[in-house]
Write a protein that binds this ligand. Structure first.
Ligand code: FAD
Length: 393
């Protein structure tokens, strides 16, 4: 067995997820992609084996096994099916508001149902006119007695129509910019709530991406997460912790594509030898493997940091770097995998064209790569570094 950064207990759980991915999810991946149907059978598999619990503490019915292992689980599943990996990642994304800002009562009511997977969840920040510039959102929440009245809409929301709980951001004080945003827990049966449409997409085809409409939708004030005006800060804290889930999805896609291309290159022969023995192909394989391993280093570092309890402030840059690098590596590696398979790479009978389509979204959602670069540079500019020599300027 090669060098492994995981402990024995972590390896056992990783191996269980790996086996489920290989035996139960991989055979479904092409069909999920072709039918664009949300894979409830995969959700059921996760429920049966307690995989949603990987994201939660023991007191809420989770495994309490920490962040690193939860990322490894997303990676393992995404090696064979990015849609199925995303289901795990979004269960974390949609739970984080409750974990970071929920009252004891809110947490006790919802977290056990999220940890068991009885309820799926979603995170609703983006609107038609506000993606990267999320503070420009137009959805409003007006206080009326013990309720808030929400009006507006959210676009591109993963798990739309399948989630039983939505974390929704809305302006309680439209004049106050970032400081005027608040967060609400919304259940889909609420009058005035509608999933208006689902988007056909390039990849992650089994995942639903939809528009939510709130038309004078009333939610009890008890459904507000945290204080009024703390929503923007919470949205960003959530993303700091959830972006690595996208990074793990990207890493899994990259590893899956590398492994497939390697096997193909071993057996496909041209000019009298396996293509893996042509130097130009060997160089591609070497670069794919090296970049994927480097991406894993950044991602697992983030997992270790979380499990070591480092300050939130330190997570921002580590999270953005992991998401940026893993996403870019996934796109690059899957493109090369298609190239290594030649014409077969472009054909749906082989999985690498799906992997390439799936990889693209990891450069876009939960903050585009451009936004990650802005975040990383901003954090760098805040740091005080000891300069070598006399300094600059
Ligand atoms: C399949 C899918 C699932 C999604 N799931 C969710 C979800 O569950 N919840 C949710 O809230 N949202 C979700 N999103 C939304 C996603 O996070 C946004 O699409 C993304 O953040 C980009 O926003 P935008 O599409 O409005 O692009 P824009 O913000 O309009 O950006 C357009 C381009 O300009 C660049 N750009 C923007 N601002 C700057 C800048 N200051 N400097 C340099 N470049 C800049 C961007 O990087 C991008 O290349 C999802 C999107 C998709 C496609």
């Amino acid at each position: 067995m090669g060098y492994d950064v995981l402990t024995g207990e972590q390896r056992e759980i990783r191996d269980l997820v790996r086996t489920l991915a290989r035996e139960r999810i991989a055979p479904r991946a092409a069909e999920i992609d072709a039918t664009h149907e949300f894979p409830w059978d995969v959700v059921e598999l996760y429920r049966e084996h307690g995989l949603f619990g990987l994201f939660h503490e023991e007191r809420f019915g989770g495994t309490g096994t920490g962040t690193l292992l939860s990322l490894v689980a997303i990676e393992e599943v995404s090696k064979v099916c990015a849609t199925s990996g995303l289901i795990l990642a979004v269960q974390e994304l949609g739970s984080l508001g409750l974990k970071l800002s929920g009252s004891e009562e809110q947490q006790a009511r919802w977290l056990p149902r999220l940890a068991s997977g009885e309820v799926l969840c979603a995170y609703a920040l983006t609107e038609a006119g506000s993606g990267s510039d999320s503070a420009a959102m137009r959805t409003t929440a007006r206080r009326e007695g013990d309720e808030y009245v929400l009006d507006g809409s959210k676009r591109f929301i993963t798990n739309a129509g399948v989630a039983g709980l939505y974390t929704v951001f809305a302006k309680t004080d439209p004049q106050a910019g970032h400081a005027g945003i608040s967060t609400f827990l919304v259940e889909p049966g609420t009058p005035g709530f509608e999933v208006a449409r689902l988007e056909p997409k390039m990849g992650i085809a089994g995942s639903t991406t939809g528009e939510l409409v709130f038309d004078a939708m009333r939610v009890p004030a008890a459904n507000r997460l945290g204080e009024e005006g703390t929503g923007f800060r919470l949205a960003m804290r959530i993303l700091d912790r959830s972006r690595p889930g996208v990074a793990a999805q990207a890493l899994g896609i990259a590893q899956g594509a590398t492994d497939y291309a390697l096997e193909y290159a071993r057996s496909r022969e041209t000019m009298g030898r396996p293509i893996a023995q042509h130097q130009l192909i060997a160089a591609k394989l070497a670069d794919m493997e090296t970049k994927t391993e480097a991406a894993r280093g950044l991602l697992y570092r983030f997992g270790h940091m979380c499990d070591a309890g480092v300050d939130d402030a330190e997570l921002t840059k580590a999270s953005a770097m992991a998401k940026l690098y893993c996403g870019d590596v996934a796109m690059e590696v899957t493109t090369e995998a298609v190239q290594i398979l030649g014409g077969y790479g472009y054909i749906k009978e082989y999985p690498v064209e799906r992997m390439m389509r799936d990889a693209k979204i990891t450069q876009i959602y939960e903050g585009t790569q451009e936004v990650q670069r802005l975040v990383i540079a901003r954090e760098m500019l805040r740091e005080q570094r000891a300069l070598v020599g006399a300094g600059v300027g």
